[in-house]
Design a protein around this ligand. Structure first.
Ligand SMILES: *Cc1c(COP(=O)(O)O)cnc(C)c1O
Length: 384
């Protein structure tokens, strides 16, 4: 195995033309107008929650993704919190999601006093399985009026939140169908999947709402930031209102009509976000080349590389490979990190965390198998 491990590590070093230095998992690149726009924001004195770049960023997100409306937020987690709130999630409700995700998905659900229900992932997408979701709903839930009720607890299934793991879209068309049939609002955690398409349409735009993140480790970044996208004018308006302290617009009066949040993206970050969006297509094609190199390499080494699913065009945010078992995975993690090539296992499953261990769950054997075997590989784009 150690010759296999060595081949992987040296291929990564070759790709980055970096024989000795530390190689990170995903480093941002700032080769565009980032500095220029940020300085422009500073010169304008509008660095905070009001400024031209925030609106500009929202417009650019709409034209890039094809969504009708966009609402910029301080980060993706805040975006998810607000998206779920405007989708109608309330205290005591249940929200379907996957056990394999970054903690932010379940945290956002919890901020509203709702609880996740864990349904397994598909092996090809690493995200929420539409078939298993349907099976859970058929066995456990009933539609009453326009709500889906979990029969045993009498609680409402207020939303379904798939996550497009490492940028690979879940089977969105099937999931949209299931959610429509059971009257469940679909809110996509598209934090990792900016630029990923499913049958030609952007992730984040299939659900009632979708949320992207621009944290430092994502495909593009503005330091910290997020955006909610939707085609629903009323929900967009409400999201904008709630993220700006629920202040009634007025020339001088401070009137607020409900509990709001200070969640609007600062103009300084939005300036950077605009510049990063200009670079996105170049970054994506460079990342795709790297993914193809990994694909070739792992084919030769007889290891399973995680490829974009049928019908999808992934952004390949983080490349990943599956080892035969947990032991082999751990040996590789040890080997590569020791050689200063950064690799990581996937997150602990949400079902294993103290906060969520008692939540309702279906059979999650696919998620368990993936969590045992998967390793994320260096995936930074090279743009000079
Ligand atoms: C990054 C991420 C988020 C949250 O993004 P922040 O901008 O860091 O708050 C949410 N969900 C998933 C799956 C993520 O990977």
């Amino acid at each position: 195995m150690s010759t296999t491990f060595d081949k992987i590590v040296s291929s990564i070093r070759d790709h980055y033309n970096e024989p000795e230095e530390f190689i990170p998992l995903h480093a941002p690149t700032f080769e565009g107008n980032e500095g220029k726009y940020v300085l422009e924001a500073i010169s304008s004195t509008f660095v905070s929650s009001v400024g031209k770049f925030v609106n500009e960023f929202e417009d650019r997100i709409c034209s890039y993704t094809g969504a009708k409306f966009a609402v910029a937020t301080v980060n993706g987690t805040a975006g998810l919190h607000m998206a779920l709130l405007v989708a109608g999630v309330k205290r005591g409700d249940l929200v379907i999601t996957q056990p394999l995700s970054f903690i932010a998905t379940c945290n956002a659900i919890s901020y509203l006093g709702a609880e996740p229900i864990f349904v397994d992932i598909d092996d090809d997408t690493l995200g929420l399985s539409p078939e298993k979701t349907r099976k859970f709903l058929e066995l456990n839930c009933k539609v009453k009026g326009h709500s889906c009720i979990h029969v045993a607890s009498g609680r409402k299934i207020a939303a379904c939140v798939p996550m497009h793991t490492f940028g690979h879209p879940v089977h969105l068309c099937d999931l949209v169908d299931v959610c429509e049939e059971f009257c469940i609002p679909l809110v996509e955690d598209a934090a990792e999947s900016i630029g990923s398409l499913y049958y030609g349409k952007h992730t984040g735009t299939f659900g009632l709402l979708g949320v992207f993140s621009f944290n430092g480790n994502k495909t593009i970044t503005c330091g910290g930031g997020g955006v909610i996208v939707t085609n629903d004018a009323k929900l967009a308006k409400l999201a904008k209102h709630l993220t700006t302290q629920a202040k009634i617009p007025h020339a001088w009066k401070f009137t607020h009509d409900q509990i709001g949040y200070n969640y609007r993206l600062p103009n300084l970050n939005a300036a950077m976000a605009c510049a990063q969006l200009e670079m996105l297509d170049r970054l994506l094609s460079n990342k795709r080349m790297l993914a193809m190199e990994y694909m070739d390499l792992f084919q030769k080494l007889n290891l399973q590389f995680v490829c974009e699913p049928q019908g999808a065009h992934s952004n390949y945010w983080l490349n990943s490979v599956l080892f035969k078992n947990r032991e082999e995975r751990d040996s590789f993690l040890m080997y590569s990190n020791d050689k200063r090539v950064m690799t990581r296992p996937v997150w602990d499953l949400m079902t294993e965390l103290a906060m969520f261990k008692d939540c309702i769950r279906m059979d999650i054997s696919s998620a368990k198998l993936i969590a045992d075997r998967l390793v994320n590989l260096p995936s930074s784009p090279i743009i000079k």
